[in-house]
Design a binder for this molecule. Structure first.
Ligand code: PMP
Ligand code: GLN
Length: 382
């Protein structure tokens, strides 16, 4: 039997690989992005209530209306856009399914999709499985800014989609208002769809405002916004997220959504709807993670690792070039085996495996975990 592996050039995700290595070597795991602390006890209390309720059967296909209404309120509070919960919001099984659904809904054989690298790992495989062709544009090191002239040059008659991600995993950079205006300008009078991964929308630092595609009237007409409650309420294991798009796009998206997953965990949708009715429960996130970033940075200040600036997400890139000439994929193994600390090598986020001697560390951790990690990191000398 001859089998064709559509994702032949891809292996197991780096997050799975590094978390398994962390476990094997009993290392502190700052690799895969997830909190090592519990969510708000109130959230868990609400969840217990709904798991004992009568909402144990299928939720409505596009999501519980209460949760869609809550999302609509969040969007109005944050971006001043009125989004119709009936027709413009769909609840998904996490952002990964949301992204896959959005890509599967629009990308056909031979369609080109512009992806900025370094890129979160699930974009290119979803494009390839659907017969599309990833067209890569590099974020310019060391600031990781988009070169919009380069993007313009990469747009062809086959360009179906441009995928953006802000705040950005793995670099922690954010897109500015100017960036979004440029994107609005270069996609004007085209049929290009913008897929905007905004899962870290509430984790943004130093008094910046998150520049969602939802803030821009014209750009929103061609955009699909993706978010994830996993990041916002510290529940990555619940796998609930959402898509927001204007009605004509959402109609097409829901056709795929209904055959891919149909509906999402019912009691947890009810739980999140109730919990996030209090805006404090998402507005407090900025300060919470900014404090963690600053604490981790203060702990690292005498280390040989050089931190790059992080303006959002719960990741920070550390440059280890003062410590080793080894490739990042090799150095990260040494770190986990010898020093018992797990991180993610940045080169895996490039299809070319470009290596800038950077490792990604997740600081969504208890302060005591960050302290233990920093103690180890500071023992590394050249
Ligand atoms: N996009 C980005 C940028 C992410 O970092 C992640 C995972 N943390 C996702 C999408 C997927 O989110 P989810 O766990 O809700 O599928
Ligand atoms: N998004 C998380 C990260 O970047 C991991 C998600 C996953 O393991 N698929 O680390």
């Amino acid at each position: 039997m001859i089998l064709r592996d559509k994702l032949e050039s891809f292996g197991t995700t780096i997050f799975t690989v590094m978390s398994a290595l962390a476990q094997k070597h009993n290392a502190i795991n700052l690799s895969q992005g997830f909190p090592d602390f519990d969510p708000d006890p109130l959230l868990l209390e609400i969840a217990r209530k709904y798991f004992s309720s009568s909402f144990q059967q299928y939720a409505p296909m596009p999501g519980c209306i209460e949760l869609r209404e809550t999302v609509s309120d969040i969007i109005y509070n944050c971006y001043k856009r009125k989004v119709n919960p009936e027709t413009e919001i769909t609840i998904t099984a996490g952002a990964t399914q949301a992204i896959y659904t959005a890509i599967a809904s629009f990308v056909d054989r031979g369609d080109e999709v512009i992806i900025f690298e370094p890129a979160y790992d699930c974009y290119a495989p979803a494009v390839i499985v659907n017969g599309g062709v990833p067209v890569y544009s590099e974020l310019k090191y060391p600031d990781f800014k988009i070169d919009w002239n380069e993007v313009k040059d990469k747009i062809t008659s086959k360009t179906k989609m441009i995928i953006i991600n802000s705040p950005h995993n793995p670099t922690g950079t954010t897109l500015s208002r100017e960036d979004l205006l440029q994107l609005q300008e270069i996609t004007r009078k085209t049929n290009i769809i913008v897929l905007s991964d905004e899962v870290y929308e509430h984790i943004i630092f130093d008094n910046q405002e998150h520049q969602s595609v939802l803030r821009f009237d014209e750009l929103f007409q061609r955009s699909i916004m993706v978010s994830s409650f996993g990041k916002t309420i510290h529940t990555t294991g619940w796998k609930i997220g959402y898509l927001v798009a204007p009605e004509p796009l959402m109609k097409i998206i829901r056709k795929v959504h209904q055959y891919l997953v149909f509906a999402v965990n019912h009691p947890l949708q009810k739980t999140i709807a109730e919990y996030l009715n209090n805006p404090q429960n998402y507005l407090s996130l900025k300060k919470f993670y900014q404090d963690k970033r600053d604490y981790f940075l203060s702990l690292l200040n005498t280390s040989y690792f050089k931190p790059l600036s992080t303006q959002g997400t719960y990741f920070i890139l550390l440059d280890y070039s003062k410590l080793s000439f080894n490739q990042d994929t090799k150095f990260v193994i040494e770190l986990v085996e010898k020093y018992k600390i797990a991180a993610v090598p940045m080169s895996v986020f490039y299809h070319t495996k470009k290596d800038y001697h950077l490792l990604r560390f997740c600081f969504a951790k208890k302060n005591e975990t960050l302290e233990k990690a920093a103690q180890i990191i500071k023992t590394l000398k050249n």
